[in-house]
Design a protein around this ligand. Sequence first.
Ligand code: KG4
Ligand code: ZN
Length: 347
Amino acid sequence: MLVLGIESSCDETAAAVVEDGHIVHSNVVASQDELHIEYGGVVPEIASRAHVERMLPVIEKAIIQANITPSELDGIAVGNRPGLIGALLVGVTAAKSIAWSLDIPFVAVDHVLAHLYAPNLGDSQIEYPALGLVVSGGHTSILNLASPTDAACICKTVDDAAGEAFDKAASILELGWPGGPLIEKAAQGGELEHKLPRTKKKKGETFSYSFSGLKTALLYGIKGIPKRINGALTYERQASDLSVQEKSNWAASFQAAAVDSIMKGVAIVFEEGNFQSIVAGGGVTANKTLRYQLQEFAIEHDSKLHIPNFEYCIDNGAMIAGLGTAFLRQNISNSLATTASPKGVAS
Ligand code: KG4
Ligand code: ZN
């Protein structure tokens, strides 16, 4: 079964052709980083307009690179939730139009669930039920995965997502955007000099992630507690006053606290549940410290970790095509009346 997957939930315009849910024939990703860099974050309206310009060339490239003709496709999959609504609508409209014109099934999938499908691209055989950890720019959640297509949210963040925290930390340290890879790079050679807060489980409450306290501790640690002078919040120091080594120490301390917090949730949920394996996905799973700690955890707990190859950690069309195939194989498809939604399984 040959499926075209389309992704436009945030700031990557992506399309891929995947065979039988595992064999990736093409995976084209057009990043919009350069359009958002001066704002230090994704501007939804700019993202939507850029998707409109890039969507058809990206789809065309995916078809050409896969060395197929559109008539060979058996189905079209699109991520229709959760995400930026204007951005999602571009992908959904393209997917429905192509499915209608080729008269083939159309399936709309959850982007978060697709991140947890990503380790299936290649040879991996995942054992279910699995603990599904999604750590991305928009989500930090743990799901109970009964199968690739069947998930229930166990816990999520009450404020920032992990990737968002990495992005904000990079902005505080004046490293640039997107922040995750820049923090990881700056952390190399850094000392764990600063003790920053980790997410804790509150007594008598179920576990939830929280990263806003970590971000604020980093901000105040670097710049001091702000005072209001003539109505404006004024800081004692700036990140530009720090040496390269000092920035590196802050980045390493932040990364250690963020990864420890992610692992805390994994440990609590894993020990309370009955899981055959651990599945991780989302942009933050590109982080080598997190990958190492997840691997160590799986070994210590006699479990197996399934984590995507680097190219499938960030948003891509292959994971959408793969998950779409899993639904199409169960004869599940969507009507062309289906639209986009900002909410999904982990929202
Ligand atoms: O999954 P993704 O591409 O988009 C969303 O669905 O949100 O994730 C993007 C996020 C960004 O916040 C980015 O800073 C983070 O993933 N990220 C990383 C790394 N690479 C990307 N965070 C930490 N370490 C990395 N190496
Ligand atoms: Zn994503």
